[in-house]
Structure formats: structure tokens, C-alpha cells
Write a protein that binds this ligand. Sequence first.
Ligand code: 3H9
Length: 694
Amino acid sequence: MDKVIKLERHDMIAVLTVNSPPVNALSAAVRGGILECIKDAIVDPAIKAIVLTCAGRTFIAGADITEFGKPSKPPALNDVLSEIENSPMPIIAAIHGTALGGGLELALACHFRVATKEAKLGLPEVKLGLLPGAGGTQRLPRAVGPELAVKMIVGGDPIPAAEALKNGLIEEIIEGPAAGGEAFARKVLAEKRPLRRLRDDESKIAAAKADRSIFTNAVAAMTKKSRGLEAPFAAADAVGYAIDLPFDEGLKKEREGFLKLLTSDQSKAQRYAFFAERKAHKIAGVPEGTKSRPVERVAILGAGTMGGGIAMSFANAGIPVTLIEPGEEQLKRGMGIMQKNWEATAARGGIPADAPAKRMALINGVVGIENVGNADLVIEAVFETMAVKKGVFGKLDQFAKPGAVLASNTSYLNIDEIAKSTNRPHDVLGMHFFSPANIMKLCEIVRGPRTAPDALITAVATSRQIAKVPVVVGLCDGFVANRMYDQSGKQAGKLLFEGALPQQVDAVLTKFGMPMGPFVMSDLAGNDIGWLSRKDRGIKSEIADALCEAGRFGQKTGKGWYRYEAGSRTPIPDPAVETLIEQTLARLGRKRRAVSDEEILERMMYPIINEGARILEQGIAARPGDIDVVWLYGFGWPIYRGGPMYYADQIGLDGVLTKMRELQVTMGDEFKPAALLETLVAEGRKFADFSQPA
Ligand code: 3H9
């Protein structure tokens, strides 16, 4: 206990410090230690107040998630909290870093809370498919009122200390946690402040008791984007108990809701995703002690959709950008689009009114590649052909400063081939952003055979700095994301030849939880892009070609696989598309058949999983979890299904293999099972058991 909890007596103040790196999570040892120290301090006649604080980078960041799913060890967190709340002397939580989940719940059981300026406070349990299980849903509404409580509990995002102060969640902003907490404790004693037990304070929920719409409106606003998820709705119900029931009954109902979610498939998947994202930070083949190169300024080549979005991501994080185009006109257009984008976000209240000007000021738009000289990282986002890329990298070799990391945003091309056009292939790698690049969080960091480890971790660290989720991948056509996505894209096209309609395929995928189906996505991106590329490569796809020949390029032409009302982005199924499909099939002498939703789902998902297995087999991705992170953040895979590899484990690899074999017989070798899939099934293992050979 003395290792994780330290109790110091500063005359009449007991300072209790939790020291359990990395994030002071509430493991059994921490819970037990806090309980024992609090009991010790309370019975000490010299002690008049207790300050509860933490060492290291943060206040308690929540329950210890690694303990979930294992037999529970005493003491229960709720018992620790009721000892704190019922203490006869004031207990003050002195917060720095992040007080999250059980950490904030513990602070809410204290009589007073103070926090440093940069601290954040939140109940993010919904992001793990849970609801706060230690009184958070009952005490937070009593502290800040039901509207903000719903926002924090159902949305899961933390609030900064200033907002916490404004809303009565903390009493004061302090300089440092230990000294500030102690000074505040002395003030409480000097002023003889009465102990504030939130459980007994109903002043902030009184209005919602009289008019429940205050609560229900807040819930309706927060659950709008929670399609398919269980936790936000259960969490909202739990906040409702705070309004409708006496405290102890509410606490009991909260606990029931928490335990139900704890064993749910959704929460298991969400907790898996949490750890998968963190494991993806661990990169093999980087010698211990390798340091990331400093990145103070970046240059981006190309102010088109991708380049502009990437530049916005850097400016959003406060990093200055030199944005380069070969001509004035394209540059002006690119800069104008960024400005408009930010202004639209500011108009919606998403960023402060002065943010667009401040962010634009960080972007220096210039003409000419020779201007890359002062950048520590150069990201090329120019036209996607090898010849163009090689030309650009050849010039970069001439103008970029020594030691600059040279990244290509290519989504398919061979990074090593691109690197050959420089005399510094060790500085070259891929940083593949996803469209729209200012929104999508994934960044595939493509490692070539000659990429230097420090260049690699520089790209990883920099992408984290701009709030992206980096995943290191190896070299192959399309890397992880597009290589897998193309498998389902191919099937989507083929399903039309057999009788499915675009709206049926899309509906199956959105029901599964994907944000949109492939045909809505294609309408959004522009159907002509694929058409032009097919023409270029001499490839035919009769239905998609007929669609484009009819001028149905997608949203931009008001019709594509769907039709769109003027000014609307809502896809409306169009009988004209069904006719077009039927005519094309008749011309090809093919007959439509009924295709079941089940068949659609299997044919869209299993080839993805199979390709994922090949990617692992070939060492292109280090772990199945890395592939899942790619799908979660690159394509909006529903987090409550973990990712395609996790999903495959849940439905059973033997079932996937059997179906792939069946489809191979009827449809051909595109359904040939991956060797790794065969091996895992033969050995009775799952993707979760897979690790790359050392
Ligand atoms: C809860 O509290 C339930 C209660 O209501 C009811 C209970 C009855 N447990 O993210 P990082 C590890 S639910 C165990 O890279 P950062 C993490 O795996 C919980 N481990 O750092 C990583 O390990 P490794 C509610 C945890 O600075 C290391 O710490 N709380 C936990 O970017 C560093 O993590 C949450 O949901 C944990 N709770 O971000 C908060 N948290 O080095 C979850 C982290 O071996 N945590 N680890 O890979 C976070 O959001 C971020 O970790 C935090 C730090 C913002 C704290």
C-alpha cells in the first residue's frame, strides 16, 4: 500500500497521494489503499481535513479497465466512496491532468473539489460501452444540473476546469494539486465551511423534477448520433433515476445498469478497441531510445481536397504550414476552400468565432516547390501517379533541408519506388490520410524497407500531435485500408449483376452499423472518378459504366446510384436505376435473382476478413488489432463491433472459412481462403491468438 498510496500529515491536514502509474487507475490496491488511509486519518485526533491528490501525470483516470471481466476484488469502489462521503471531516479532491470515470466519481464523493487550470473532468464510460458505475449518474446531476450532466455522461467528452468552475463542479482553480489542495483545505477549516454531501443536495435537480422535459430534451439532443449503441441510452436512463428516485435507490439502479453493460458484447468490443488503439502505438523494429525528430513547421505539396484537409489538421493543432502549389490560381482556390470550411464550422459554433482567422494565419500559401526549405516534415499530396510522384520527390531531394522527413500521401503506390528518386530513401515514408482529411482520424504510416526508425516515429508522433490515430503498415498495393476495402467494393459491384439493388446493399451495411453503404459513398465521391480510371486501364464494368454514360455521376449531378432533390444530400432510391440495371443485364443475357440480406452481408464482409488474414500473413500489419483500428478510424466501422478481425473472432473463424470455401466453389478463386485463416481454424485458434513471428 505504501507503494501506491502515500499518507502525509502536515499538522492538521492529511495529504493522501495516489501513486500508481501510468494513470492512477483505481485498481484493487489503489481502492484498498485509499480506504485504509482515509480510515486512519479520520481516527487521528490531530487531523481536521484530508486532501486527496495524485502523483505523476494525472489524477485518477478511472476504474482499472484491465480488471473488468475478472472476478471482483474488495473493496468495492462504492464502499470507498461512501466512507469518503460520510467522513466527519472535510475531504478535498485536488485534481490535475484528467479526472475521468471512477476518478471523477471519487472526486464527486468528496466534499469539495479543486483543480489546476489545464485539468479536464469527465465521465467517458459510454465510450467503453458502459455507464458510470460508482454514483456518477447520481452525483453529477446534483453537482452541475441535469443538462450538463446528460451532456457529459451520455456524450462522454470531458470538460475543462474553467467550465467545471463555472458550473459548480469544482470550487476553485489552483496552482499545483498538492499545495493548492492543502491551501484550500486550510481555507475550508478557517471558514468553517459546512460539508457538502452531493447525495443530500437536490437544489440543482429540483427544476427537472418539476419539468422533466429539461432532462428529456437534453437526452434527445445527445443521443441523436448514438445509432446502434446501447450505452448512451442506458446512461441517460441512469441520469433519469437521479431525478425520479431517492439517492440510494438511484445508486442501486445505476449499479444494475452498469453490471448489465459490463457483460454486454458491445462493451467488450469497445474495451477491446480501446486497448487495440493503444497497442498500435507499439512499433516493432525501432531500437530502444530512438528519438523522434523535432517538427516545428511542415510543408504540404498540393492544396487540393487532400492537401487542404491535411493543412487544416496541422493548423487546427497550432502547427504552422507552408502550403505549396505550382500555380497561383489553384493555390487561391485551395486557400479559399479552407477559409470557407472553418467559417462554416465557426458559424455552427464548432470553433470560436476568431478561430478561422487565427488558423488561416498559420498557413502560408506559396507558389513553387523550392519553398519547402524550412520544413521539418514535407507531405506530398499531388496527383496519384508514380511518374508525377517521382518527379516531385526528385525535386524535394534538391530543396528540402537535410533531415526533413519526406512523406507521400499516396493511397496505393510503392513508397520504396518513390524513395528511389531521392538520395535519402531513409527519410521517405507514407502518411496516408483519409478523406475528408481534416475530419477522419486515421493516418496509415507506410514504412518502406529503407525508412529510418527515427523518421518513422517522427511521422507517428506528429500525426498524434494533430489528433490523428496513426497505424504503421507495410508496403503493398493499397496498404491495409484500401486493399481490404477494395474487396468489398468488388463484391458490391458484382451483387448488382446478380439481382441486388444499390439501396438493398447499402441498407444491409448501414444496418450493420457502417456510416454509409458503398453506393452512397460512391455517389458522394463521384462515380466518374472510377469510370475514368477504368477507361484509362481498359477495364469495363457494364452497370457502373452505363450509369456514368447516363450522366449519373453522383451527388454533384443530382443523380447517381440514387437521385437527390436540389440542395439535398439525402439519397432517394430511383426506379430509373433499377431499369438501367435490368436493361444492362438483359443486354448481357443475365437473369436477376433474389439476393438475401444475409448473402449480401457475408459477401461484403468475409472477403474483407480474408484479405485481413493475408495482410497479417504477409506482415503488412503487425497485429489484428491494428487492422481493426484502421477500420474504426478510416471507414467508421461501428465501434461496438470492434473491427473486422474482432468481428470475425466473434462470429467464429470456422464459419467464415466454411462460407469462403462454399463461395470459392460457386464464384471462383476470389473467395480462396487465406492460408492463415485455414491454419487458425485447423489449430482451433482465433485472430486474437495471432502474433507475428519474432
Ligand atoms: C470507469 O471508471 C468505471 C466506473 O464508472 C465504475 C467502476 C465501478 N485502466 O491512453 P494512453 C493505460 S471506466 C487501465 O496511451 P494518454 C493505457 O492502456 C474507466 N489502464 O495515455 C496505456 O497503457 P500502455 C473510465 C489504463 O496520456 C497507459 O495507461 N476512464 C486506463 O494518451 C497510457 O494510456 C476512462 O475511460 C484505465 N482506466 O491518455 C479513461 N487508462 O502504456 C481511459 C489508461 O500499457 N483512459 N490506461 O499502453 C484515457 O482516456 C487515457 O488513457 C488518458 C491518458 C486520457 C487517461
